[in-house]
Design a protein around this ligand. Structure first.
Ligand code: DHB
Ligand code: FE
Length: 283
């Protein structure tokens, strides 16, 4: 039986990836942020997941406004870093886990989550920056990755509750998988940020803190937050936080917070990171 080793919620700001790629993590601007990532890197090194399910959003790299899947799961053997307008990041290709991805797709569709199945899906900073945050600059990523892409770009995005419930279904799917693999799940994006318009640069640490607290203490309360509230309180791109709810749902009823870091600003955003583990799971 497969099992979850835990979940990570993390921002996926492209400038964080650029700081890694260009050797700037120890500059005055970036060092405090990257110092906060060290314990997370230690944690995942120790947990050594075989597979990471990375819940992310595409930023018009794999999909344009011509085609907008609400939930798309990558079932390929390999996913290439996307060209985001200045060439792809020079990071390793992402190795998939087709067997587990197909199992999750089938299980989810049989349980009323009609996922789009992606045989080809270039992955942009939404997915590769969290990998850099977790693993630095390895020759090859140390685990397989199942990309789970969520539409938070074009109205209407899925609700926080829909995302929490998808996480619960992914949990069931993993628990009935016939191979003994360990799985981490990443929810990416956020925290508060708004990249355009009159409120560009909007940040709301109070909302972010409430959200981080709620992940371990009251996920059902977070699931009731309407998408309008995410946009009002966390900024237009703060809606990305619904992706953390999929991560949360996959970890079961009771979780403990193992680690948190929160830093302002990273580019135009508040950068948060949280590690959650199932309560009582000391393995
Ligand atoms: C920025 C861009 C993003 O796509 C994102 O998710 C967060 C931040 C930025 O340019 O700051
Ligand atoms: Fe984003």
């Amino acid at each position: 039986m497969a099992k979850f080793v835990g979940g990570i919620g993390t921002s996926h700001v492209p400038a964080i990836g650029a700081a890694v790629d260009h050797g700037k993590t120890q500059t005055d601007y970036w060092k405090p942020l990257f110092d906060g990532y060290e314990p997370a890197r230690e944690w995942i090194k120790e947990k050594k997941p075989d597979v990471a399910i990375i819940v992310f959003n595409d930023h018009a790299s794999a999909f344009s406004l011509e085609l907008i899947p609400t939930f798309a799961i990558g079932v390929a053997d390999t996913f290439e870093p996307a060209d985001e307008g200045y060439g792809p990041r020079k990071v390793p290709s992402v190795e998939g886990d087709a067997k587990l991805a197909w199992h999750i797709a089938r299980y989810a569709i049989e349980h009323d989550f009609d996922m789009t199945i992606a045989n080809v899906m270039p992955v942009d900073h939404g997915l590769t920056v969290p990998l850099s945050i977790a693993f630095g600059q390895p020759e090859a990523w140390p685990c397989k990755v199942i990309p789970l892409c969520v539409n938070v770009i074009q109205y209407p995005p899925p609700s926080a509750r829909r995302c929490l419930n998808l996480g619960k279904v992914i949990r069931e799917a993993v628990q009935c998988y016939d191979e003994d693999v360990s799985v981490a799940i990443f929810g990416t994006g956020g925290m508060s940020h708004q990249l355009q318009g009159e409120r560009a640069g909007f940040l709301n640490p109070e909302f972010d803190t409430m959200f981080l607290d709620g992940l371990s203490q009251d996920a059902e309360k977070l699931a009731d937050i309407p998408r309008q509230t995410f946009i009002e309180e966390a900024g237009s791109e703060g809606i990305e936080l619904v992706m953390w709810m999929i991560m949360r749902g996959a970890l079961g009823e009771d979780v403990k917070e193992t680690y948190r870091s929160y830093h302002i600003p990273a580019s135009n955003t508040a950068a948060g990171l949280i590690i959650l583990e199932e309560e009582g799971d000391k393995s």
